[in-house]
Design a protein around this ligand. Structure first.
Ligand SMILES: [Zn+2]
Length: 459
């Protein structure tokens, strides 16, 4: 049975109502470790209690709770990452080596090499393999500690696939679990401000102008700083009356001090995706200037082919860029915030996600620090994929080591190799086995002479 069939058979009605499956019936979970709480309050040897999908308490004394499932670890407990810029459907494709440095996004999007390697096969696969792709790419996000993600949308020509979008990570533009029925979210995604891109985003723009959205995220100024097309786009956004406090500009590589000042003035934010910028354009956004102008800046991976596999990998990449090019600003703690509470604030969801505090959603991950003597943020900025030992979404243990999943009462979905270590998915969150999904995707991609991307990129 496919993911859709299983969800319909096992609690599909709850999902159709926009709720994550079975999240309400779990026994309380108690996790011991170093807790990174709200406002960066770090509790060494702390305890966090999860109940009914939310955080019940955080403290330094081990709680005694009847019937609770308990793990005591040496790990760091972080809030789950909030990823506001991704194109998850492309995460089944292997890394794409750009044949040259491009002036702007329009150049590579029309490049025959790109069309053959990625865009044309993606168009076919997203229809025939929709549910398998969603499962695989969301697993890739969970491996890197992401618990909320943007970009998994409902293709107009693929009916009846709604339920398989729910279930793993929260999909902030389709099924976050916070706004009732599927498709009632308050975030819109706009591909860009050229007429063709706007046509694809008409619905989101209309909703934005009617005041129905909390956030519109728009690709803008994605090209080299001296590229005239990329320089023109900020004015175009203003002409369209789409620059305001509910606007997040994705990329903004070509923006300078004048534009950042204007962004601060109106309360617009910037979403920074350095790896993809460097691979495609040889440079990235002037984040130090944006921060100096007090623009709100979040971090996100863009996509796997030229960006990072997930949030954890992009945070590590941004840390390298910061040290190499920006004199260490943003520092490791700022990068952590740019991946958690800041994007939650930008999405107007900071009362629910982005930090660990009582009554917030129980969305978190555990990271095993690989070297002693580092701050929790330095451990995060230097982490490898295998350092993540557990990811929890809505109180459900969804990804992790088989030991953690078993101790927290989860059957698992069969082993997955993550950089030489075994990980699995908890079956309360995801009833399918992983192996058949991998086989179906590998077979479908093989017909296009493409190899399925690995679950993680290993150091
Ligand atoms: Zn993008």
């Amino acid at each position: 049975m496919n993911k859709l069939g299983r969800y319909l058979a096992a609690g599909g009605l709850a999902l159709l109502a926009g709720l994550a499956p079975a999240r309400a019936q779990q026994p309380p979970l108690v996790i011991g470790g170093t807790i990174v709480g709200a406002d960066n309050k770090v509790i060494p040897k702390g305890w966090i209690v999860l109940e009914n999908g939310k955080i019940k308490s955080i403290g330094d004394k081990k709680p005694t709770i009847k019937d609770a499932r308990v793990i005591e670890t040496d790990d760091i407990v972080f809030p789950g990452f909030v990823d506001l810029h991704n194109h998850p459907f492309y995460a089944v494709f292997p890394r794409w080596k750009a044949p040259k440095v491009f002036a702007n996004r329009y150049e590579w999007r029309g490049d025959p090499a790109y069309l053959t390697a990625i865009q044309n096969p993606e168009g076919k696969l997203v229809t025939s393999q929709f549910c398998n792709i969603v499962a695989y790419v969301e697993l890739k996000a969970l491996i890197g500690g992401t618990t909320s993600i943007l970009g998994v949308f409902h293709p107009a020509d693929t009916p009846n696939i709604e339920p398989c979008i729910g279930g793993l990570a929260r999909n902030l533009d389709w099924s976050s679990g916070f706004h009732g029925p599927l498709g009632q979210e308050r975030i819109g995604n706009v591909l860009g401000v050229r007429p063709g891109d706007l046509r694809l985003s008409e619905e989101a723009i209309a909703q934005f102008k009617q005041g129905k959205l909390d956030l519109i995220a728009v690709h803008l100024a994605e090209g080299q700083r001296n590229d005239p097309e990329s320089q023109r786009e900020f004015a175009r956004l203003q002409d369209l009356e789409m620059l305001g406090s509910k606007t997040a500009i994705i990329h903004g590589v070509a923006l300078g001090e004048t534009e950042f000042k204007k962004m601060k003035e109106v309360g617009a934010s910037l979403i920074w995706s350095p790896r993809s910028n460097f691979e495609l354009y040889g440079e990235t956004a002037d984040v130090p200037t944006a921060l100096r102008q007090k623009v709100t800046v979040a971090l996100a991976p863009d996509w796997s082919p030229t960006g990072s596999t997930n949030m954890l990998a992009e945070l590590g990449y941004a840390w390298q860029v910061s040290q190499r090019d920006f004199g260490g600003r943003p520092n490791a703690q700022q990068l952590f915030e740019m991946a958690t509470i800041i994007p939650a604030r930008i999405a107007k969801l900071d009362k629910k996600i982005g930090s660990l505090a009582p009554d917030r959603a129980a969305d978190l991950f555990l990271l095993h620090p690989s070297k002693p003597g580092r701050t929790v943020y330095e451990s995060l900025a230097n982490a490898a994929p295998t350092d993540v030992t557990l990811t929890v979404v809505g109180g459900l243990p969804i990804y992790g080591t088989q030991e953690h999943l078993a101790a927290l009462g989860q059957k698992d979905s069969g082993p997955a190799d993550v950089c030489g270590q075994t990980r699995a998915v908890g079956r309360d969150a995801f009833p399918d086995l992983l192996a058949p999904i991998v086989t179906r995707l590998s077979d479908a991609l093989a017909q296009e002479n493409i190899k399925l991307a690995p679950l993680a990129e290993c150091p």
